[in-house]
Design a protein around this ligand. Structure first.
Ligand code: NAD
Length: 478
């Protein structure tokens, strides 16, 4: 059969945090690249950036920052000797700021594409046989393009609970929950995962009564146990009412609000809420993406099947980001996208799946990388742990942010750093040093001998490394 006409060297389907870096890197590698994206804003306009920029990471961080400032102005300014009188919440301005940040960031990708020579195609892409891609534009126009390589990066969408289907008004997903124009008096969040905790924090700080229903019996079971316990204490202090072991069975809108029914260890329960946010995970988004003739298959959980190189098994068809196995994190997708673009160009690429940092942008912030203490022990590794509390950090004290600690776990025999777990101010920034140290297979001694500027929060990482050998200077060694 004759080879189809080639329009591009690489076509990337999906312009989110996995797809757009793949497109840019492929163009940097001298290839002719197009990126097809189907994102539609509420007003019908197109935008690059996917969920992360339009409806997830970026807008949520904007709202977390604004709500945290509001909270601090109310509860912390007086400790600094700043009297602000009565505060007024202007949610409309807060929301306008969020929207402007999103517009700026998504527009930024369009500019990056232009500068790199990537062709942006706004429409829904569908992979056919032999790397032909059918694109349906917003106006319904259908075209067919062919590429030497196709990278599938279609992302994920919120999982729905059968008993609580999204209605866009009372039972909403995380995107809608970021865009509320009034602070709900009573908010029920289903799921105490990353999204549930971040969104619950936003609206709690802004004044909502928040009840979070979590099916599991433990809070943050994927985190180090010491971190999870500390986090639970702070969420309680904020006033988040997190109910564990709660199995939700129904939500019925009525005139007094939505009646949410659930069962826990004490039996059948119910509560009334003005809004219910369902944040029970996300699922890979592949609707309409793959024609049967494409040959690309999904695994039993609906993810596109790939090997460790992100190859689908169909010649020159790759898949990256949330639509393939592994944590649904923008930074994991980004590295996969870049790696695939380099592989296509015949270059060496590597993604270290063992060292993907996790960050939860609550206050205090939570971040970790590598093994938890329990995982290290389960693996039969003889380990040592060093903990340094931010209460002993001069910088944290000056910031009035002394909650939390840094915990470092190292191999007792080889001294290699196995994991770093941080709860406290700027944890998401501080974890980068730990990831770098572990990427280079550094030891606790390496961190101990690295000069950290004083006074900084990063000194807490230094001191935790020292504490692993009971040599901390600024804290009593136990
Ligand atoms: P998640 O998997 O992190 O948490 C979902 C939670 O809902 C789990 O604790 C689960 O036990 C619970 N749950 C599931 N079904 C339930 C039910 N019927 N009733 C009550 N609880 C139930 O998922 P998420 O918070 O929705 O986030 C989705 C994805 O997006 C995750 O992969 C997450 O890592 C990613 N994300 C990351 C960040 C970040 O890195 N800061 C922020 C937002 C989202």
């Amino acid at each position: 059969m004759a080879e189809a006409r080639l329009d591009f060297d690489v076509m990337v389907i999906g312009g989110g945090p996995a797809g757009y870096p793949a497109a840019i890197r492929a163009a940097q590698n001298g290839l002719k690249v197009a990126c097809v994206d189907a994102w539609r804003n509420r007003d019908g306009s197109s935008a690059l950036g996917g969920t992360c920029l339009n409806a997830g990471c970026i807008p949520s961080k904007a709202m977390l920052e604004s709500s945290e400032l509001w909270h601090r102005a109310q509860h912390e300014f007086s400790a600094h000797g700043i009297k602000v009188g009565s505060l007024t919440l202007d949610l409309a301005t807060m929301q306008k700021r969020r929207a402007a940040i999103v517009r700026g960031m998504t527009g930024g990708i369009a500019s990056l594409f232009k500068a790199a020579g990537v062709t942006a195609i706004y429409g829904k892409g569908r992979l056919l046989a032999r790397r032909e891609v059918e694109v349906t534009a917003a106006d319904g126009q259908v075209s067919r393009l062919a590429a030497r390589h196709v990278v599938l990066a279609s992302g994920s969408v919120p999982s729905e609970l059968k008993a609580l289907p999204f209605d866009g008004a009372n039972i909403i997903d995380s995107w809608s929950a970021l865009e509320l124009d009034t602070v709900p008096r009573r908010l029920c969040v289903i799921g105490a995962g990353v999204i549930g905790l971040e969104l619950g924090s936003v609206w709690r700080r802004l004044g909502a009564e928040v009840v979070t229903l979590e099916a599991l019996d433990a809070l943050l079971p994927m985190a180090d146990a010491q971190l999870a316990t500390e986090a639970g204490r702070h969420f309680k202090k904020l006033g988040l009412d997190i109910r564990l072991g709660a199995k939700v069975s129904a939500a019925v809108p009525g005139k007094d609000g939505v009646s949410v029914r659930y069962a826990d260890a004490r039996g059948e329960q119910s509560l009334l809420a003005d809004k219910v946010v369902v944040a029970v995970g996300r699922r890979p988004y592949t609707e309409g993406l793959l024609d049967a003739a494409s040959g690309v298959t999904l695994d039993e959980r609906g993810f596109i099947g790939v090997d460790e190189r992100c190859a689908t098994g169909v010649e020159n068809v790759w898949a990256v980001g949330d639509v393939v196995r592994g944590p649904m994190l923008a930074h994991k997708g980004k590295e996969e996208g870049i790696a695939v673009a380099d592989r296509i160009a015949g270059k060496y690429a590597h993604v270290n799946y063992e060292l993907i940092p996790s960050v939860i942008y609550t206050a205090p912030e939570i971040a970790w990388a590598g093994k938890t203490e329990a995982q290290a022990k389960e693996a039969g590794i003889e380990c040592k742990a060093g903990v340094f509390p931010f209460a002993a950090s001069g910088r944290a004290k000056a910031m009035e942010s002394t909650a939390g600690f840094v915990k470092l776990i190292a191999n007792r025999v080889t001294d290699e750093i196995l994991g770093v777990h941080i709860i406290g101010p700027m944890a998401g920034e501080l974890i980068a040093e730990a990831v770098l140290a572990m990427e280079f297979r550094g030891s606790a001694e390496d961190l101990q001998r690295t000069i950290h500027a004083h006074p900084t929060l990063a000194e807490a990482v230094h001191e935790a490394a020292l504490a692993a050998d009971k040599r901390a200077i600024d804290n009593i060694n136990r």
